[in-house]
Design a binder for this molecule. Structure first.
Ligand SMILES: [Zn+2]
Length: 104
């Protein structure tokens, strides 16, 4: 995921914008915003929640190699961000996992 710019100007100027480009953190459409294709084929904004979640899930699977350490990570997510965030991340990890299996 792209770094979050701190002082990016508002670029939508009241024009009709592709909602997928809107930054999930601040609600603006950053100059660097663009549509990206996730490896599984979904087209999302590079600042979107979908994009963020896919990359976190892929990162967790790469960083934590055992079931035990992955569950530990999910437990930490639940503690910090709540049960829904944990379940969403877990589903996304399964999605990435299945995509990787299919991609081989
Ligand atoms: Zn932003």
């Amino acid at each position: 995921m792209a770094d979050h710019p701190n002082d990016a100007p508002e670029t939508d100027g009241g024009a009709v914008v592709d909602e997928r480009l809107r930054c999930r953190a601040c609600g603006q459409v950053h100059e660097q915003a663009r549509i990206v294709k996730l490896p599984d084929g979904r087209e999302v904004g590079n600042y979107s929640e979908e994009s963020r979640r896919w990359h976190e899930a892929a990162w967790v699977l790469k960083r934590y190699r055992s079931k035990r350490t992955r569950i530990e990570y999910l437990s930490a997510v639940e503690e910090k961000r709540g049960l829904q965030a944990r379940n969403e991340l877990r589903e996304e990890m399964l999605r990435v996992w299945n995509w990787k299996k299919g991609a081989k």
